[in-house]
Design a protein around this ligand. Sequence first.
Ligand SMILES: [Zn+2]
Ligand SMILES: [Zn+2]
Length: 264
Amino acid sequence: MPADYHMHTPLCRHAAGEPVEYAKHAAAIGLTEIGFSDHSPMRQDNFDNWRMNLDQLAEYVEKVRKAQGDFPQLTIRLALEVDYLPGHEDWIRELAARHPWDYFIGSVHYVSNNWDIDNPAKLSEWKNRDAFEVWSAYFDRLTMAAESRLFEIIGHADLPKKFGHRPTRDCTPLYEKFLAAARKSGCAIELNTAGLRKDCREIYPSREILKLAFQKGVPITFGSDAHAPAEVGMNFAEAVQLAQAVGYRECCRFTKRKCRLIQL
Ligand SMILES: [Zn+2]
Ligand SMILES: [Zn+2]
């Protein structure tokens, strides 16, 4: 099974279980490599309520180090899921310099400074919006994230489908532009199985996007986006099957922000 590169910790305030418990579950289901990628802190702690505070970053690193110490049979990577917002580039570079990270997952949750589209507390905002306009704004930012060269992996590429909102207009040009940017900057995308546990009932990204990604030569990683230990590695067999079905034979692993290709 591939490495699970997307896992959270209680420091983000909406996940349960310590890193050692995630590692224990990973070992129990036969994974050999995992990576913690909790929600990155912002420069301002009051930015929102679903991430660690800046002064908890060292504690986060310690928790991951503890899991590494307790589970020497597992390779455990140190990473972050970093929010991409235009204008945050300098902050992301500052974060990158603070610890010897193995990789950064760049994710777009915010399509504007105050709307995080996947936040259940803001679900009603979708009623005021046209789905295609949201998808357009989202993929514009995702393309910028891919172009920024700040990230090794782009997270849950079609997140706007989470609650089941889908545009009727063809989004292929949005996907093409994003994937071309990812290819050009050598950025991978993840197969994120959390989508299967949401209203959309589908891995992020869709088979359609993944197929385009393969055709363009965009590499992949795998992530459960676990917010609890039992979610580690969840539905990975299905994800591997999907990747192979569109043509993938390899996936990426990262050490100190350098990619290594591994057979699927
Ligand atoms: Zn989360
Ligand atoms: Zn995310």
